[in-house]
Each structure stands twice: as structure tokens, then as C-alpha cells.
Ligand binder design. Structure first.
Ligand code: HPA
Length: 288
């Protein structure tokens, strides 16, 4: 079985594929030098084997953003043979044209997180990797092409501001992020994308906006509900539509993403170190 593509997604994402009638061929967590990965489910659709991993847990929000073991998750996916990642993510909007329920294919990142570790290469002189383009340009182009024919309003660019979480931002932080040029704010893509790049994986993110970020709209505080009133019931209903359609949308993206050739720089990001003899051909030997 060749699992070349993985979807990293929301809580219990594998159940969304099961609900469409797909059967998990394998479901297990994998031991790695960085700890155990989250469970990885393997499915097959349209002659493509693909892996599904939920960052935050399978039966509820069990692991909050700063405690996701991105290194173990990505290592395990790479060990399965994965070369490409579709990262599904649910940020808030800094840009008021990006409405709850809209999709965004981000093209850049502003890292305002204070979470570590952001590298596999602790205590090694490796990993001085250029980050432009940040996301895989080939997968981005392919995803945008598919979305053009789909039912969801989407934006083909956006700067994702990464925060640590789990708390939401203060109004002043949001004003700062908007001044800096951010369009979205979220807690999940960093350090995930930076680690994926160290493993020479192609990585594209598909964001669906779940709320306007703090302070963008007048929103009274309402204890005891999701985001304490930051999102209105009408906005959450829009979000629910995208969440309900998640697996179907992912399956529509899969053939294009799986067949996209890797003409991008992603597969060669560590080439300088290979040429210098610092690392070998087998990526498993790279880390001390
Ligand atoms: N800020 C950060 N992360 C988020 C938000 C937000 O407003 N909404 C969903 N994830």
C-alpha cells in the first residue's frame, strides 16, 4: 500500500469519511523518536490510499493546540511514505472580507507563536531553510483549481497569523496582527508546517473561517457557549455547512493533489545538507 497523501484535520475527522461509506483499512498510533503519534487512519477512495489524522483528538477536543505533538505526527506520516499533506484548519478572520464559512488557501505565515520546538534538529546545525514559498506552490495551485468548480466561497490568498493558544487573542493583539498584514489567525499551522518542510513534505493548508477575530465586530460576552459569544448563531450555522461537507470536499480535492507532480522545491529543502554530507539519503538517520 502506498500512502502518499495525508489529511490532517479536525476532531474525529476519520468519522466523516466513514460516514460517507469509506472503511478504515488501518487505524493506529505509531511510536516515533518524538513520542507516539495521534492515531492515523488509512482509507482508499478513487484508487488513492490516504491517511487521516486528527490533531486535537478523536472523541472531542482532547489535546489543545500548544500540546499537539506535531513532531511525532509528521514523523509517523513520513514513515508511512507520505509526501503531501492537506492541512485542514479552522481560524478566525482578521480580514473582514473573509466571512465565517468561507474557505481560504493561505499563501503566507506570520509566526507570532511562542511555542516550541519548531524543528526536528535540536542541538544540530541543520534546518536553515528558506521559507518562500511557504506553502507548496503546486498543491496550492491545484487546490485553487478544484475550489473554483466547487460550491464554497473561497479566497486564493491569505496571510495566516500563528498564535500559541489555547487562549483566544486580546483586541489589541488582533489590531496588531491586522496592522502587520494578517488575514487569518489560528493556532494550528505552526509549527506543523515548518516541521513538514524539514521532512521535505509538500504542504498545503485549507482554512475555513469560523469567526471574526476578537474586536472586529461588536460581540457581547456570553458565558458558557463556544467562543463566549464571539461568533453569532448565524455565523456558526455557515461554519456548520462547511464542516458537514468536509469529507466530501476533501475527496474532491484528493485526485488533483495526489496526481500533482512534485516540481516544487519541497522535496529538496534539505538538499544543501545532503550535499555537504551532514545528512544521508535515509531521512530516518537525520535526527540525533
Ligand atoms: N483566534 C485564534 N484561533 C482561532 C480563532 C481565533 O479567533 N478562531 C478559531 N481558531
Amino acid at each position: 500500500m502506498k500512502i502518499k497523501i495525508a489529511i490532517i484535520a479536525r476532531v474525529g475527522a476519520h468519522k466523516d469519511f466513514q460516514a460517507l461509506g469509506l472503511k478504515s483499512l488501518v487505524s493506529q498510533s505509531h511510536p516515533t523518536p518524538f513520542g507516539d503519534s495521534n492515531p492515523i487512519h488509512v482509507f482508499s477512495s478513487q484508487d488513492i490510499d490516504f491517511a487521516v489524522l486528527s490533531r486535537h483528538g478523536e472523541d472531542g477536543y482532547q489535546v489543545s493546540a500548544p500540546f499537539v505533538n506535531d513532531r511525532a505526527n509528521l514523523y509517523a506520516l513520513k514513515a508511512l511514505g507520505v509526501e503531501k499533506i492537506l492541512a485542514w484548519t479552522a481560524p478566525g478572520a482578521l480580514n473582514d472580507c473573509m466571512l465565517p464559512g468561507h474557505l481560504v488557501v493561505p499563501d503566507d505565515i506570520l509566526d507570532e507563536s511562542r511555542n516550541g520546538p519548531q524543528t526536528f534538529f535540536t542541538n544540530q546545525g541543520l534546518g536553515f531553510i528558506r521559507h518562500n514559498p511557504v506553502f507548496c506552490p503546486e498543491l496550492r495551485a491545484q487546490a485553487i483549481q478544484t475550489l473554483q468548480n466547487g460550491p464554497y466561497p473561497f479566497h486564493s490568498q491569505g496571510v495566516y497569523v500563528a498564535t500559541t493558544g489555547p487562549r483566544l487573542e486580546t483586541p489589541a493583539e488582533i489590531r496588531k496582527f491586522r496592522c502587520l498584514g494578517g488575514d487569518l489567525v489560528g493556532m494550528t499551522l505552526v509549527p506543523e508546517i515548518f516541521l513538514a518542510r524539514e521532512l521535505e513534505l509538500c504542504y498545503v493548508a485549507l482554512a475555513y473561517v469560523v469567526n471574526f477575530a476578537e474586536g472586529l465586530k461588536e460581540r457581547p460576552y456570553q458565558p458558557g457557549i463556544l467562543f463566549e459569544g464571539l461568533a453569532t448563531p448565524a455565523e456558526l450555522a455557515q461554519v456548520q455547512k462547511v464542516e458537514t461537507g468536509f469529507a466530501e470536499l476533501a475527496l474532491s480535492l484528493l485526485p488533483g493533489l495526489a496526481s500533482t507532480p512534485r516540481h516544487c522545491p519541497c522535496a529538496w529543502l534539505m538538499e544543501r545538507y545532503r550535499r555537504r554530507g551532514d545528512i544521508g539519503e535515509d531521512w530516518r538517520t537525520w535526527f540525533r
